[in-house]
Design a protein around this ligand. Structure first.
Ligand code: SAM
Length: 266
């Protein structure tokens, strides 16, 4: 393993290089159009239900790895207040600012590596959000959750809605897609030089990016170690990631595909 910043700096370059692929085209135009509507939300039923049950109305929210803020801004439809989006990709935060303007939101954005937040970063947020495709970019999970916990108010819930680590054992693009391809306990990161796209299209080459697999035990233990008290952990049979993972849904036997974790800062 190299130092944390080696990986986060490489990942920042890969995300910045991928950003133009996300900020143009029909999907982006549709997102801009949708964001202008008062009930704008890209949150799926599962995450929406979790947030309704937590009664997020009026709560100030921070999202870690907010990308273009489509989810953070969606919280308005549930009565929460999108307050801060943290992401280290300046190129994506430019898209976030554009989306926020169109949505009429005052949400602020902080361009920083989560491991290196400025001292004056606002704190005491009443709701923290981490969604699909964030934990895997974090080389050091205990360090990550320590930074997350520091920004939350005591008693404030952190909601994680992420891919299930068990799914990382499978390669959806292999002709043996249902045979485990890598160890659940893989410690070395996956390395990729492909542009990061969500729809399976080939976006060309980017600088190398590094994706880490954290077991469910790693995730829960890192939360607890950061003073985040586990309130709920639910594993789901549906997929919340790229379209090629849809093949793992509605199977018998069924793999766990994603999970919801709710923890509160002590
Ligand atoms: C897969 S995206 C999140 C997608 C989001 N859940 C959605 O569905 O809209 C992951 C984001 O995390 C950001 N990120 C990765 N590592 C980071 C770090 N160390 N500090 C801050 N942001 C980071 C990336 O720049 C990227 O925007």
């Amino acid at each position: 393993m190299k130092p944390t910043h080696f990986y986060t700096e490489a990942n920042r370059a890969a995300w910045d290089a991928s950003a133009p692929l996300h900020g143009a085209g029909a999907d982006w135009e549709a997102l801009l159009e949708a964001a202008a509507k008062p009930d704008f939300s890209v949150l799926d039923d599962c995450l929406t239900q979790t947030l309704i049950e937590l009664d997020v109305h009026g709560k100030s929210a921070v999202q870690f790895g907010c990308i273009n803020a489509r989810e953070l801004l969606s919280l308005t439809s549930l009565g929460a207040v999108p307050a801060l989006g943290v992401d280290q990709s300046r190129a994506f935060l430019e898209q976030a600012a554009q989306l926020a303007r169109i949505a009429g939101s005052d949400c602020q954005f902080l361009c920083a590596d989560i491991y290196d937040l400025p001292e004056n970063t606002p704190k005491h947020f009443e709701l923290g959000l981490i969604t699909i495709g964030v934990l895997g970019w974090m080389p050091d999970l205990p360090g990550f959750f320590a930074r997350v916990a520091a920004l939350l108010t005591v008693g404030g819930p952190l909601v994680i809605y992420e891919t299930h680590p068990y799914l990382e054992m499978f390669d959806p693009n292999s002709d043996q897609a249902f045979t485990p391809a890598t160890s659940y306990f893989k410690k070395e990161p996956f390395v990729s030089e492909e542009a990061i796209t969500y729809d399976g299209t080939d976006g060309g080459r980017t600088p190398a990016s590094y994706w880490f697999v954290h077991t469910m035990g790693d995730i829960v233990t890192a939360c607890a170690g950061a003073g985040l008290m586990l309130e709920r952990l639910t594993e789901h049979p549906h997929s919340n990631r790229e379209v090629e993972y849809d093949q793992y849904e509605r199977r018998e036997p069924q793999l766990p595909l994603c999970f919801t974790l709710v923890a509160r800062k002590r």
